[in-house]
Write a protein that binds this ligand. Structure first.
Ligand SMILES: NC(=O)c1ccc[n+]([C@@H]2O[C@H](COP(=O)([O-])OP(=O)(O)OC[C@H]3O[C@@H](n4cnc5c(N)ncnc54)[C@H](O)[C@@H]3O)[C@@H](O)[C@H]2O)c1
Length: 333
């Protein structure tokens, strides 16, 4: 049984606590939040769980094995560092840290102490992403051509981070998990309309072998869309995360180019076959992720969403931010 202390019980923290509480191998020992009203909610829901306003009580507790850091990004580094220094395993929200130097330092600290870092890339544990990964790994889609994602909605506005740092970590983590190639360069553009952070942004990521990704994130859209297209040489996937049924549709469509007899004779043929919607696992992603966290600690295996995965995402966010400041200049990675 892994005893966990959770720091941060705002919007996302309750989901983490609920899934840790319901897990077979995890137990929530204490929840910390500097806001007493949040702690009153914890005591009402979980009378047996200790509460505190000072993170030191969790970080110094001899009975806590792991700390979950569910606070805004600018606090991740300090809290995770203190947890690691005190010998605790760390589950930390996305994005892993505010910059890559912080992420690198945390990775090194954890490695030196043989401690686990898991970064909450929640979508990797959804039935949809697990199925798409199965399709890419098995070669069903063929060589990947592109990844194209739209994650737009009205709000939730953040004041400390831009829409890129808030929403794009989801897409970057999914893309990293599926494409499994090292990105070469990023071009990003974005604009600020309401306060001092970008609320609309577009990123293009170049990978080796002509694989390209595009991510559109927006807090100012009147409609909510969460749709991702993944195109391969053999098949193409459309993932609409907002529908209950047929979230994933696999299209047996493709294009073939053949050279004809003449030197300029190019023959384009389109293949249009069936569409099918595979069955997806219905388990709650966070439950699967929390069980995996406990399992990784107990078996001393490195999670696939470890500090290195978190760092890869942070590096892309930094490059995108740099490119936005230069109004879309290509930034090599
Ligand atoms: N994985 C996901 O799908 C997902 C979804 C939403 C948010 N998040 C991430 O979760 C993190 C938190 O986001 P949120 O929307 O819950 O923020 P939030 O502002 O709603 O909640 C943060 C909570 O942390 C508390 N807090 C802040 N600093 C603290 C400190 N030093 N000690 C004790 N308590 C402290 C605040 O009082 C607040 O209650 C962010 O990193 C965000 O990116 C992830």
């Amino acid at each position: 049984m892994i005893n966990v202390g959770v720091i941060g019980y705002g919007y996302w923290g309750p989901n983490i606590v609920r899934n840790l509480h319901g897990g077979d191998s995890t137990r929530v020992e204490a929840v910390c939040d500097m806001n007493p009203a949040a702690l009153a909610r914890v005591r009402k829901m979980y009378p047996g769980v200790k509460t505190c306003t000072d993170p030191a009580e969790i970080l110094n507790s001899p009975t806590i094995d792991a700390v979950a850091v569910i606070t805004p990004v600018w606090t991740h580094y300090e809290l995770a560092k203190k947890a690691l220094l005190n010998g605790k395993h760390v589950f930390v929200e996305k994005p892993f840290a505010s910059n890559s130097a912080q992420a690198e330092e945390l990775i090194e600290m954890a490695a030196r102490r043989n401690l686990t870092i898991m970064v909450d890339h929640t979508f990797l544990f959804t039935g949809a992403v697990r199925k798409i990964r199965e399709l890419t790994e098995s070669g069903t889609l063929g060589d990947l051509y592109y990844y194209d994602s739209l994650r737009i909605n009205l709000g939730l506005f953040q004041h400390d981070v831009s829409v890129i740092w808030d929403l794009a970590p989801h897409d970057l983590a999914i893309m990293d998990h599926l494409i499994k190639k090292v990105p070469e360069a990023i071009v990003a553009t974005g604009e600020k309309h309401l306060n001092d952070v970008e609320d609309v942004a577009y990123m293009t990521i170049y990978f080796p072998d002509n694989v390209i990704a595009h991510i559109n994130v927006n807090w100012l859209s009147p409609v909510k869309i969460r749709t991702t297209l993944i195109g391969g040489q053999k098949k193409m996937v459309v993932w609409n995360d907002l529908v209950a049924d047929e979230k994933i549709r696999v299209y047996d469509k493709g294009v073939q180019i053949k050279l004809g007899e003449g030197i300029n004779d190019v023959l384009v043929s389109y293949r249009t076959g069936d569409m099918w919607a595979p069955q997806l696992e219905q388990l709650e992603a966070l439950r699967v992720e929390m069980d995996y966290f406990a399992d990784c600690i107990m078996t001393q295996q490195a999670p696939f969403n470890d500090g290195h995965a978190g760092l890869r995402v942070v590096r892309m966010l930094e490059a995108a931010e740099h490119s936005i400041q230069k109004r879309g200049e290509l930034v090599t990675l």
